[in-house]
Design a binder for this molecule. Structure first.
Ligand SMILES: NC(=O)c1ccc[n+]([C@@H]2O[C@H](COP(=O)([O-])OP(=O)(O)OC[C@H]3O[C@@H](n4cnc5c(N)ncnc54)[C@H](OP(=O)(O)O)[C@@H]3O)[C@@H](O)[C@H]2O)c1
Length: 362
């Protein structure tokens, strides 16, 4: 598990030359505001090798946030993270390792008959019932989350996971009502609270694509305050003194700013955006698609780009995401060493101040 001592020592060792607020508090720990994502890329041995090298380079150049999910590249990304952590000279306790469960993963490659694979691996074995599935590929049933958590621990080859997200919980809204989805989320949270009590998990959260950045009437909407209240109830029913619900993950970049602009979550100041709600509620936000899944690599819109510091459009795009309220770390996916070096080096520049950031939206 990441520890206070090791993450602060990491900051002392690798923190030279970074700009203002590059390292940020996450619980008692301190983490880099540029994180490494492992979503994209072909499920091949060659890309596994590249990811292993990239993760080691990230860790050894000042990035101690690694984000993955069991279904990414059919479990290959989680396994690459585990191998890179074991090979790196950076100690495991200095790194925030985050993963996710929800999408039924394949094992190394896409099977010829995906439906038959899901049936034999999960339904016939009693881990899932057909009714648990949305789109034939997503489930949050508590027993399934237990199973996935265990498989992730094995893939990552670590005793404890620092941050575990329910992955795109809004997918369940395709097959059940919002109230039923909240109930399902609460029961899955109870399992995660139990893992916390057993010392196998530090914090948990939800990683979403649409749920938190759309209006209430949207079919994919989930209320962040309701999710927080379900987490509190889960902690209480398990007997934990406080909840481990600590983080949200959602897309945010220069061209997808709804996490900051769509006010759909009832907070202490009325309706708030997901990022403001997170900031006010003491939650950490981790941004996905921080460079628009590669779309901002060559060009950041001039009116914003001119305000941002950085040697390249990618660095300016990353620094935009790092500047938003509530953001602990901007996740950027890459399987190339030159790219990870460029991305982490974005942190050598200061993020925007609050007033300049706000001025972008005026
Ligand atoms: N719903 C969810 O929970 C969710 C959804 C999406 C993403 N995520 C997480 O968030 C992370 C970040 O999002 P993302 O990977 O989808 O999108 P992203 O970080 O915005 O963009 C990744 C893409 O940009 C390219 N790239 C990275 N650095 C570059 C550079 N310096 N110059 C040029 N191209 C560069 C990468 O290709 P190369 O490999 O060629 O560098 C990759 O194709 C993911 O990896 C994942 O961990 C979560």
């Amino acid at each position: 598990m990441a520890t206070k001592e090791a993450t602060w020592a990491y900051r002392d060792e690798f923190g030279d030359g970074f700009g203002r607020t590059y390292f940020r508090r996450f619980g008692d720990e301190v983490v880099s505001s540029v994180g490494l994502g492992t979503y994209l890329g072909e499920p091949t041995d060659a890309v596994d090798d590249r990811y292993r090298a990239v993760i080691r380079t990230a860790l050894e150049s000042g990035c101690n946030v690694i984000d993955t999910a069991i279904n990414y590249r059919h479990q290959r990304s989680e396994r690459a993270v585990g191998e890179a952590l074991a090979e790196s000279e950076v100690e495991r306790e200095a790194v925030l390792v985050a993963t996710k469960g929800g999408f039924v993963p394949f094992d190394g490659e896409r099977p010829e008959d995906p439906g038959a694979y899901v049936t034999s691996e999960y339904v016939d074995t009693g881990v899932l019932s057909v009714d648990d599935l949305a789109m034939g590929s997503h489930a949050l049933a508590p027993g399934f989350i237990d199973d996935q958590f265990e498989r992730s621990r094995e893939n990552l080859a670590i005793d404890a996971i620092d941050l575990y997200y329910l992955h795109n919980p809004e997918t369940q809204l395709r097959v059940r009502s919002r109230e039923e989805v909240y109930d399902l989320v609460e029961r899955a949270f109870e399992r995660l609270e139990e893992r916390r009590a057993d010392g196998e998990l530090r914090y948990y959260g939800v990683a979403t694509w649409e749920a938190l950045r759309v209006h209430e009437e949207h079919a994919s909407y989930l209320s962040l305050p309701e999710i927080v209240s379900r987490a509190r109830a889960a902690a209480k029913s398990v007997g934990n003194a406080s909840t481990g619900f600590r983080a949200i993950q959602l897309p945010f970049n220069v061209q997808m700013a709804d996490a900051f602009t769509v006010e759909a979550h009832e907070g202490r100041d009325g309706s708030e955006s997901a990022l403001w709600f997170a900031q006010n509620a003491g939650l950490s936000a981790f941004t996905s698609a921080s460079i628009g899944q590669g779309g901002l690599a060559d060009r950041v819109p001039e009116e914003v780009g001119s305000l941002l510091a950085g040697d390249s459009p990618v660095q300016r795009a990353i620094n935009f995401a790092r500047s938003a309220p509530g953001v602990t770390s901007a996740l950027v996916g890459t399987s190339r060493e030159a790219h990870v070096e460029e991305n982490v080096a974005a942190g050598r520049f200061d993020p925007l101040g609050a007033e300049t950031f706000d001025s972008v939206f005026e």
